[in-house]
Design a protein around this ligand. Structure first.
Ligand code: BGC
Length: 777
């Protein structure tokens, strides 16, 4: 189904203040072209109305701090080799496993031997590897994660950080510059707080819309996920903080993640989950890769010779180190299969990379050369990123960073449906806000990525039936709407009493219902339904009032049985610490929505490759096999192959203006080239400035239908402004992996491309002849 874009220009309320000033960082505009420092002075400034100001003042991200004095070594390989040679045997082993520095664990008495505990007084965090001061090798002080600097369980009292929206929101921007800016922001905070390793860079593919950790990852498409993760990783590392890419690989469901075996043939793997990592690693050059909990085709990911030695270090020539996920190591032999460092060794059944590995080296079963290699990889990343410079001393400019959070929040929201109700008209008198704890704040996702936001105390609400709490960031959409709609009466009902909410909705001009779905690491959902009777609440309010907007704060696509009854739906995801304001900006038209879906919204579970999550409900520890029979046909590709119609397709997203997309051309590839390019003309034919996200899809190769996102762009345009954009096309996206030559194989013949607003809203097509050939991995 496609939904027409609204072109309404009414209701342009409010102001914005997105001037983000950067000192010493890379400066970017919306097209990704770096600006010089001089441009900052010219282009920086405060904006009054986004529709006007953005024309005059392109967004300038200015990150405080650290980028300026990060000093990566000129030749990190040579330096790593030189320093490694000077280490004693004991010092080398010291770098191969991590200690535990969470106080409960540290104080858990005899359970954890003292040699596996971080020294008293060290930072309370996810992981810690002591350095070697005599050679200037820093401690590795590791923190989660990709949405901000996490503070697990608030164990570092008072340590708050800027909390970005979920990664799904970031992916919805289709804007790598914004990913870089967010990464650089987190990197600068991590550095200032004394961390030099960030456990971010999550890019498991969203193979199932019930997956608990999808909110931490970048959607269902390997190109989009890889490009966005690469930019975010590069942003973190621009601040002298090593960033991971994780979890490698195919940890695509949370249920029984420690004991599941993800099965898929090699070609499919290379064209999907592995391609996302391949692209992200090329672009972001992460200092470390974190291997996953699960098995892949029978081998534990952290002990998989295929994944680690053959693909990552062999085919991709990866030079950094592989660290394990917490509790993912079951044997010392993983070291021979490519794992370089056991994280928080006390979280595994044995500290395999401590005494047991040392015994294996002493016996000659593990060559000394392999130990040197692992150590050199760790040192190399430290020097390449500049993670050895002193940290923990820089002030944090939280005010500037909150603007990055607000911008990601606003650009990441996806207007799914709008029949003209949005933006809200300036003349409205009475508005009812219902549900979703919109009086308190906005929802965030749970697990190791949980950030305690800076500014005001978050509110934790216990989840029915679970021993966990959902955390609401105190950015109240209700209050933001009350401020933006100052002439109107904006009231609130918590939605617990459906009849009373419906009765209150009867006399208002507009009812805005907030619907939430909490998701977390470790839990998948059984269904795509909104929990706690929220569907009934929405329907009841829609019966009472024809003017209903639904705002979703979800970690995944959800079913919308009420869709035909309401006039507008905004997917706000988990919108971060400025989320309430960002939602109000979009609803009132202070900001023009530009997010596009990085995941397909199916009609129901019936359309999915698996009706239910394998192993859901089985006891912890049960071995389960997950057969990814869809292979590389993930998400919209599955929908295309099966000719299924989505409720909202991948790539879909409405605007308050209208864009014409025309003139698709694709260059035939030179025989040995790894890329080609498409050009597309985009014109803003609507009434206000907005951001267009043109997409180019491969539709068939040599007569064989196959849909692939081949290229995309994200560009701001004024009314009547046109731009011709060049989109690079990576040939691997068009190719098939050939297991015989262990290379990408491009069959010569006619390839059909289409220009799209989404995977299911396609306009012109072009056919070009592509010469056949192969590409190395
Ligand atoms: C998660 C990782 C995280 C680690 C450290 C694990 O449970 O899977 O993503 O980085 O914990 O907190």
């Amino acid at each position: 189904m496609t939904v027409p874009e609204s072109s309404s220009d009414e209701g342009f309320l409010g102001t914005c203040d997105y001037d983000i000033v950067i000192r010493g960082g890379r400066v970017l505009d919306g097209t990704g072209s770096p600006w010089s420092a001089a441009d900052v002075a010219i282009k920086g400034g405060r904006c009054a109305k986004i529709g006007v100001i953005a024309a005059l003042v392109p967004l300038v991200f200015v990150l405080t701090a650290a980028g300026s004095d990060a000093q990566p070594a000129a030749d990190p390989d040579a330096r790593a080799k030189r320093i490694e040679r000077q280490l004693t045997a004991a010092e080398r082993f010291q770098l191969l496993y991590g200690l535990v520095s969470i106080p409960q664990a540290v104080d858990a008495g005899a359970r954890i031997p003292p040699e596996l505990k971080a020294p008293k007084g060290s930072k309370i965090t996810a992981g810690y590897v002591p350095g070697i001061p005599r050679l200037g090798i820093p401690d590795l002080v590791e923190t989660d994660a990709g949405l901000g600097v996490a503070n697990p369980g608030g164990l570092r009292p008072g340590d708050t950080a800027t909390a970005l929206p979920s990664s799904l929101a970031l992916a919805s921007t289709f804007n790598p510059d914004l990913a870089f800016a967010g990464g650089a922001m987190i990197g600068s905070e991590a550095h200032a707080k004394g961390f030099n390793v960030l456990l971010g860079g999550g890019l498991s593919l969203a193979r199932d819309p019930r997956g608990g950790r999808n909110f931490e990852n970048l959607g269902e498409d390997p190109l989009l996920a890889g490009v966005m993760a690469g930019a975010a990783i590069a942003g973190v590392q621009s601040q002298g903080v090593i960033c991971t890419a994780k979890p490698f690989a195919v940890n695509d469901q949370e249920t029984l993640r420690l004991t599941l075996d993800a099965r898929m043939d090699e070609a499919a793997l290379r064209e999907s989950d592995l391609l996302a990592f391949e692209i992200a690693i090329e672009r972001g050059v992460p200092g470390a890769v974190m291997c996953a909990y699960n098995k892949v085709n029978g081998a534990q990911a952290c002990g998989s010779d295929f994944l680690l030695n053959r693909v990552l270090k062999g085919d991709w020539h990866y030079k950094g180190w592989v660290m394990s996920d917490w509790g993912a190591v079951h044997d010392w032999s993983y070291f021979l299969n490519g794992l370089d460092q056991q994280s928080a060794a006390a979280t595994d059944s044995k500290p395999w990379f401590a005494a047991p590995l040392q015994a294996e080296v002493a016996s000659g079963r593990v060559p000394q050369q392999r130990v040197s290699e692992a150590v050199q990889r760790i040192l190399r990343s430290i020097y390449a990123v500049g993670a050895d410079r002193p940290s923990g001393s820089t002030d944090i400019d939280y005010a500037a960073h909150s603007k990055v959070a607000r911008l990601q929040g606003t650009e990441g929201m996806v207007l799914l449906k709008n029949d003209g109700l949005l933006p809200l008209r300036p003349g409205i008198h009475r508005v009812l806000v219902v549900g979703g704890h919109a009086d308190i704040g906005v929802l965030s996702g749970g697990g190791s990525s949980q950030v305690i936001p800076h500014g005001a105390k978050p509110v934790a609400i216990p989840m029915v039936g679970k021993y966990v709490e959902a955390v609401y960031f105190p950015s109240s959409p209700l209050e933001a709407l009350q401020r933006s709609l100052s002439g109107a009466q904006v009231e609130f009902q918590n939605g617990y009493d459906v009849e009373s909410a419906a009765a209150s909705a009867r006399d208002v001009d507009v009812a805005i219902i907030f619907a939430t779905q909490w998701q977390s690491e470790s839990y998948d959902h059984a269904s795509m339904e909104l929990p706690d009777g929220q569907d009934a609440l929405i329907s009841a309010v829609a019966q009472a009032n024809p003017n209903v907007v639904v705002v979703l704060e979800t970690g995944n696509p959800v079913k919308m049985p009420w869709l035909a009854e309401i006039r507008a739906v905004l997917e706000a995801w988990y919108p971060g610490q400025e989320g309430g304001i960002a939602i109000a900006d979009i609803l009132t038209g202070a900001a023009n929505p530009s997010g596009h879906l990085p995941v397909t919204f199916p009609k129901s579970e019936e359309q999915l490759p698996r009706r239910s999550i394998p192993g859901l409900g089985l006891p912890y520890g049960t071995a389960v096999q997950v057969d990814y029979r869809e292979g590389s046909e993930v998400g919209y590709r599955w929908f295309a192959a099966r000719r299924l119609e989505a409720v909202f397709p991948f790539g879909h997203g409405l605007s308050y203006t209208h864009f014409e997309l025309t003139g698709l051309k694709v260059q035939p590839r030179q025989r040995t080239a790894r890329t080609t390019e498409a050009t597309v003309a985009v014109r803003n034919s609507g009434p206000r400035r907005g951001r267009a996200v043109p997409q180019v899809y491969l539709m068939s190769a040599r007569g064989v239908p196959m849909q692939r996102l081949a290229g995309f762009a994200s560009v701001d345009l004024d009314p009547n402004e046109s731009r011709t954009l060049t989109l690079p096309i990576d040939m691997r996206v068009l190719a098939r992996w050939n297991t015989r030559c262990r290379c990408w194989s491009i069959a010569g013949g006619d390839y059909v491309f289409a220009l799209g607003r989404s995977a299911q809203d396609l306009s012109e097509t072009v056919t070009i002849h592509i010469p056949g050939g192969t590409l190395g991995p």
